[in-house]
Design a protein around this ligand. Structure first.
Ligand SMILES: *Cc1c(COP(=O)(O)O)cnc(C)c1O
Length: 461
């Protein structure tokens, strides 16, 4: 048997051209294939079920198999007609930059492990603080996603609120610590509750504030805030796309010395659009923010962003020590800004996207997604559906006249292959949930998808 452990670097060159070939074929077929894989493609996945081989095979055979079995059973989230979750597609320059960074294989744990990645992280920090209109000096960390970014922002809050009470939570933990209060809206995202659980703050020990018909925190119903309170707000409700009234909440928190964290996984990008940034009024008064570059900005996955006004709080809460660690004074050591140590160089594709789009390009992506969502709502409404939310961003909630019909339509649409979306329960009612979050979605894609809804409804009548 030939050895399958590579012996020369020319193997890499060959494998990259093979990957290039498969990628091109995949991309070229994307608009012609069903958005959700068909049954044959799903059944074929069982070919992967076999024991770990004794002897390996060469790389060509491996990539061919991945492409033959894996590619057809992917969900075509980048195709333009995928509306299932707030995913975002991936803009070409960011995919390509990520590919180059994969070849570099850099781990931005320390400046000394990757000066390039460290520099690009610094640059992205400055650019994003500017783009989002946040206070100068705000710190940024690149993490896996918004769950992780929420976790980091809330870890910084926990560290700082307890420090002000004379308590070092890093060394003493929460045993015997002064207690903290956590205030959330009724429609808080599950990732926030998960982060609270991980931080020992308890997902059920929260004070829940009632919300309005769009899922926004009712600011006049906020409990009395104080200097032990962490208030968690939302910029972009995962169902309705609505934004909490940040100005009022942050104003109340300011005067009480409470900490405000904003979960802006996809909505924080509204700041880039002159016509939509009003949704975020007051956002700069918060203390920490979480967002995803892999959602609205359309950078490949694994690109979460935490931002924190108080650099010391963020860095202190994410501490780790070791004799062998090598920090560089005056340079960015990425591990100080993320829960992990080793990770991929996320700054490379993030930087490429921002540099290539520029301020106006980011605004255009945001506006385009919002306009396509409005068009979708308009067409569905004309086709006899009810739109359950005010379409202020990229989210549309749809229902037919009965829950049964709504569920039937959803099933038909999911089976159609033309587009894909999911369901939710909105204010106690079964609804279809549409997220327009991919740069590739054209008006034609929206029209074709809306026609599929209309056909599904027509078939039931
Ligand atoms: C997507 C989303 C999250 C979770 O983000 P991940 O990157 O998937 O971890 C959190 N909050 C909101 C509002 C979201 O839309």
């Amino acid at each position: 048997m030939s050895a399958t452990v590579p012996s020369t670097s020319s193997t890499l060159e060959h494998m990259l051209s093979k990957a290039h070939e498969c990628s091109l074929e995949y991309t070229q077929g994307l608009r012609k294939r069903p958005v959700y894989p068909d049954d044959a493609a799903l059944r074929a996945l069982s070919e992967f079920d076999r024991p770990l081989p004794e002897a390996g095979r060469d790389g060509d055979a491996i990539l061919e198999e991945l492409h033959r079995l894996g590619s057809p059973a992917t969900v075509a989230t980048t195709s333009g007609r995928y509306f299932g979750f707030v995913n975002g597609g991936a803009i070409p320059v960011a995919v390509a930059a990520k590919w180059l960074a994969t070849v570099w294989d850099q781990a931005p744990v320390f400046f000394v492990l990757s000066p390039t990645a460290a520099k690009l992280e610094d640059v992205c920090e400055g650019w994003l603080v500017d783009l989002f209109g946040l206070p100068a000096g705000t710190a940024m960390g690149l993490v896996e996603g918004a769950t992780s970014a929420n976790f980091c922002g809330m870890a910084a809050a926990r560290w700082e609120l307890l420090r002000r009470r004379g308590w070092n939570v890093n060394t003493k933990g929460l045993y015997g610590a002064p207690s903290l209060r956590v205030v959330v809206g009724e429609q808080v995202h599950g990732s926030v509750l998960k982060a609270l659980a991980l931080l020992g703050l308890g997902s059920e020990r929260v004070e829940r504030v009632p919300v309005d018909a769009q899922g926004r925190i009712n600011a006049s119903a906020l409990p009395r805030l104080d200097e032990t309170t962490l208030v968690i707000t939302q910029a972009g409700n995962v169902d309705s796309g609505s934004f909490d009234p940040l100005e009022e909440i942050c104003g109340a928190a300011r005067s009480a010395n409470a900490w405000v964290h904003v979960d802006g996984a996809f909505g924080l990008w509204a700041a880039a659009s002159p016509s939509r940034r009003g949704l975020l009024k007051g956002v700069q008064m918060a203390d920490s923010w979480a967002t995803d570059a892999h959602k609205t900005l359309n950078v490949p996955y694994d690109n979460g962003i935490v931002l924190c006004r108080d650099r010391r709080a963020l860095v202190s809460s994410l501490q780790a020590r070791g004799a062998y660690l090598q920090f560089t004074e005056g340079q960015r050591d990425g591990m100080l800004y993320s829960p992990g140590m080793s990770r991929r160089a996320r700054s490379v594709d993030l930087w490429a996207a921002l540099a290539s789009l520029g301020r106006t390009g980011v605004a255009e992506i945001v506006d385009r997604l919002c306009e396509r969502a409005l068009l979708f709502a308009e067409l569905l409404s004309a086709a006899g559906f009810r739109i359950l939310n005010d379409v202020v961003f990229n989210q549309v909630l749809v229902a037919a006249d009965s829950e049964e019909t709504t569920s039937h339509v959803l099933e038909q649409v999911q089976r159609s292959g033309v587009c894909w979306c999911g369901g939710t329960t909105w204010m106690g009612e079964r609804a279809i949930r549409l997220s327009v979050s991919t740069w590739t979605t054209t008006e034609e894609d929206i029209r074709r998808s809306a026609a599929t809804f209309a056909e599904a409804l027509g078939a039931l009548r």
